[in-house]
Design a protein around this ligand. Structure first.
Ligand code: HSE
Length: 403
């Protein structure tokens, strides 16, 4: 089948490389060769192996009836949404790595694909090279999924690891993540948690079969994590990780994208660097974990090519991952009782009474020479925490803790 790639950046060029390097294996698995014949990009690439395939107009792909499958690796929603929509309406399969697109327009694009009898696949949109979407959709098809939690953003996990273990500055770690091709074009989406938010929205939609509006998920990134938080974490033997979380319970789904303290008992504790790790809890299987490279050129391209083979092999698979137009009702995870790590200004001696009156028994942590202290509370809801912290005054940090 003839293929086109829209967007010849880090991932798009990776897809071209995988299709060429693994050409024979791919042809065998797909039942026919998959040949890239057009690559859409605004730029030219003189001297690049793909130079002769570069086109600058989407019509060169849309109007070429020989092209049966299109890869979208442009990122962002505009013009990716219009281009993908038009490719599907032109009867072409589409495979994308673009979580912003899938989270914002997945419901409509899935419906168009179904109507047109083509595939719209997006394995690479979550977890980079980790096969998680097809796993939830197929291998765990007999499960009632109860909880999904995971480290879903390679850039922030890389930054947190380098800051914590090697003492790098935030800026240096981010710069390196950008150089390695992990970060989004605008890394704010990584840093402020939106990328994690979109990914947990997609996983939850696949698991529940219902649309998840990612804008309803409480989202927080890592920009307010400080060196001091790492010092307290080290004292407690804990790691700070950015989690995407959803718990499906009693007909409700509680969701969040936010940093969390975890300890060595959590299997995600040692998921470091650009790696992602995802825990999925099913009502029969219990907890299973999926681990691998969460970002980067070839791991992500590998997941894209896996989807291309799937689309070519099955042409159109009615059981492919997706969800209906029915909307899932989302509640904030802060309604669930959880422990909190919190730092307050002042000294333990002067605030001890107020802290114990507000929180009851807590675990105390004091670092020498600072005009502040930290506590680990017993489980409580976010609202209960806020009310108690208000009574004490001088709150400097609050992070949920699974300790
Ligand atoms: N910027 C994303 C990350 C790329 O760092 O995880 C992979 O989706």
């Amino acid at each position: 089948m003839k293929a086109a790639i829209m967007g010849y950046g880090t991932i798009g060029s990776g897809v071209f490389e995988v299709l060429n390097r693994n050409r024979e294996i791919i042809a065998k698995k797909a039942g026919e060769p998959i040949d890239p014949v057009r690559i859409l990009d605004l730029r030219d690439f003189p001297g690049d192996p793909a130079e002769r395939l570069i086109v600058h107009e989407i019509d060169e792909i849309l109007k070429d009836e020989a092209i049966g499958i299109v890869v979208e690796t442009m990122g962002g929603t505009s013009p990716a949404y219009e281009f993908v929509r038009n490719c599907l309406l032109a009867g072409k399969h589409v495979v994308t790595s673009n979580k912003a697109l899938v989270a914002a327009h997945g419901t409509e694009l899935l419906a168009i694909a179904k109507k047109m009898g083509v595939s719209f696949l997006f394995e690479a949109s979550v977890g980079g090279g980790i096969p998680i979407i097809r796993t939830i959709n197929e291998s765990l098809a007999g499960e009632q999924i109860e909880e999904i939690s995971g480290i879903l953003n390679g850039t922030t996990n890389y930054i947190l690891t380098k800051m914590c273990e090697e003492g790098w500055s935030f800026g240096d770690a981010l710069k390196k993540a950008q150089e390695m091709g992990y970060a989004e074009r605008n890394p704010e989406a990584d840093i402020e948690g939106q990328d994690t938010c979109r990914k947990i929205a997609i996983l939850t939609a696949v698991a529940s079969g219902k649309e998840v509006d990612y804008r309803e998920i409480p989202t927080e990134g890592i920009s307010r994590i400080s060196d001091l938080d790492f010092s307290y974490a080290a004292r407690m033997g804990a790691a700070i990780k950015l989690f995407g979380f959803s718990r499906m319970m009693d007909g409700n789904v509680y969701m969040e994208a936010a940093p969390v303290f975890i300890d060595v008992k959590n299997p995600l504790y040692s998921v470091d660097g650009v790696f992602n790790g995802i825990l999925v809890k099913g009502n029969m299987l219990g907890t299973s974990m999926y681990y691998g490279s969460g970002a980067g050129k070839l791991p992500t391209a590998s997941a894209v090519v896996g989807d291309m083979i799937e689309a070519v092999r099955r042409t159109c698979d009615p059981t492919a991952p997706g969800w209906s137009e029915e909307k899932l009702c989302i509640s904030p995870a802060s309604l669930l009782p959880r422990k909190y790590f919190a730092r307050f200004e002042g000294s333990r001696a002067e605030k001890k009474e107020a802290v114990e009156a507000a929180f009851g028994r807590v675990k105390w942590m004091v670092l020498e020479g600072l005009d502040e202290f930290a506590v680990l509370t017993s489980p409580m809801t976010g609202a209960e925490f806020d009310a108690a912290a208000e009574k004490i005054g001088g709150l400097r940090q609050k992070i949920a803790a699974e300790l």
